[in-house]
Write a protein that binds this ligand. Structure first.
Ligand SMILES: Cc1cc2nc3c(=O)[nH]c(=O)nc-3n(C[C@H](O)[C@H](O)[C@H](O)COP(=O)(O)OP(=O)(O)OC[C@H]3O[C@@H](n4cnc5c(N)ncnc54)[C@H](O)[C@@H]3O)c2cc1C
Length: 413
């Protein structure tokens, strides 16, 4: 077996799969090591609701046959109100999507080793030159990429990431049939992705219903286990208890039945990354926290980070005489901050502010969104300070004070 490659990638998720696709298409020798077995792939890593937008589908040439349902709008719900925004999207079958990335990159020559659990970097003169997997097996590369999501075995050992417990977001989801998709008193959820802000259901986070056709939908929730969660959480309630509680109390689920084997769960970190590379090494996808802090959109960000890592690797390897030193890989961080997650810090602060707001404030937010033009939300979501201040009012002073206290240790009288 060939044991030397241009690029070794750990993890066949959206980030690793896309990076392999781009590198193989440019003619590089690339191998992807994936811990799961090929027969069942993806099993535990089949974790995502996989709601996405046409820009992702078009940029990465994703075929229609991995789409479960095209959607026309996004709905935001608060405890007693909602707001509808026309916005085309697509809910993918995440497992089919992951398998597509594997097959498509293989068609261009990428190699995959399944049942290959990466554990540690192989170091020479202080630089990574390969990876160790399944205990004592080894593979070598000019450049090594960690795309294992939050597991991050290489990035952690190389001190490239420092994923913090207080920024850990967890999510759980089931697929159901028999849901009342157009229940009087609620928004019509046909062909929509709905996100609900309600601390009763997802304290310090949000829950969702993504329509997947007829009376079926993906139903889940997530939250960050930080101060906002503590403030609104119930004693001894696990994330599963919150989902059960929602299912028992929301009339839309009165006749809903869980679809066998359709359960997804996973985690990510919501924090701004510091560096994302070192000599001969880049960390991509959720290994460096790439998930959109506000709405949890991770797939597009991960694919984009895989793409900019491939561009960076190409810029070093194509000349043959440009060593992939940390200095020469710096362009990856620059492209990430410019193209993958611009305004990440501002958006993160806005996210924390949003999750700190009360249920009553969520109801007011829906009323404000219904009053303001559609652009305000889109701009605020991009971190535009003027749009954010438009959404804040005088009544928000106590909220801002408690936010400042939580974030910066500032106390207002
Ligand atoms: C419940 C939930 C719902 C979500 N919903 C959405 C959504 O609707 N839209 C959206 O855009 N995003 C969503 N996300 C986020 C999105 O799924 C992630 O951002 C995305 O999957 C991350 O891709 P990745 O390639 O970085 O990592 P992953 O998808 O985590 O892939 C990592 C791969 O590495 C493998 N691996 C792990 N450890 C090792 C190891 N040691 N050695 C070898 N291989 C290893 C894993 O098996 C996996 O195949 C959701 C996430 C969760 C948890």
């Amino acid at each position: 077996m060939n044991n030397r490659y241009d690029v070794v990638i750990a993890g066949a998720g959206p980030a690793g799969g896309q990076c392999a696709r781009d590198l193989a298409a440019r003619g590089y020798d690339v191998v992807v090591l994936e811990t799961e077995s090929e027969d069942e792939f993806p099993r535990q890593s089949n974790k995502s609701t996989a709601g996405t937008f046409p820009s992702m589908m078009a940029s990465f040439g994703i075929p229609d046959d991995v789409v479960m349902q095209y959607t026309d709008s996004v709905v935001l719900e608060s405890p007693t109100d909602h707001y509808v925004r026309e916005q085309p999207g697509a809910v993918l079958e995440f497992a089919d999507f992951k398998r597509f990335l594997v097959e498509d990159s293989r068609a261009d020559g990428a190699e995959y080793r399944f049942d290959a659990r990466v554990t540690a970097p192989i170091m020479e003169d202080g630089q990574i030159v390969g990876v160790r997997y399944n205990g004592d097996e080894e593979v070598y590369g000019e450049i090594v990429i960690d795309a294992t999501g939050p597991a991050a075995p290489l990035a952690k050992k190389l001190d490239v990431v420092d994923l913090k417990r207080e920024n850990h977001a967890i999510g759980i989801e089931y697929e159901f049939e028999g849901i009342d998709i157009d229940r009087p008193g609620f928004a019509d959820l046909h062909d929509t992705m709905m996100l609900r802000l309600d601390h009763e259901i997802a304290p310090g986070g949000y829950s969702w219903i993504f329509h997947t056709g007829d009376d079926t939908a993906k139903v889940g929730l997530c939250y960050i286990q930080n101060g906002s969660h503590e403030r609104y959480a119930r004693d001894d309630f696990s994330i599963d208890d919150y989902l059960s509680h929602w299912l028992e109390t929301d009339p839309r689920f009165a006749d809903a039945e869980r679809l066998e084997g359709k359960q997804h769960r996973g985690s990510a970190h919501i924090q701004p990354p510091e560096t994302m590379h070192t000599d001969r090494f880049m960390a991509i996808g959720d290994t460096v926290p790439s998930v959109d802090p506000l709405w949890g959109e991770g797939i597009n960000k991960c694919m984009q980070s895989g793409r900019v890592a491939a561009v960076t690797a190409d810029s070093c390897l194509k000349h043959g005489d440009t060593e992939p030193t940390a200095e020469n890989l710096e362009v990856y961080d620059t492209l990430w901050r410019r193209d993958v997650a611009p305004n990440q810090r501002k958006r993160l602060l806005m996210t924390k502010l949003l999750y700190l707001a009360s249920n009553e404030r969520y109801d007011e937010l829906m009323a404000d969104l219904n009053r303001l033009d559609d652009d305000t939300l889109a701009k605020a979501n991009r971190g535009d300070v003027r749009a954010i201040t438009k959404l804040l009012g005088l009544d928000d002073v106590p909220l801002l004070a408690s936010f400042a206290k939580q974030e910066f240790g500032l106390a207002f009288p």
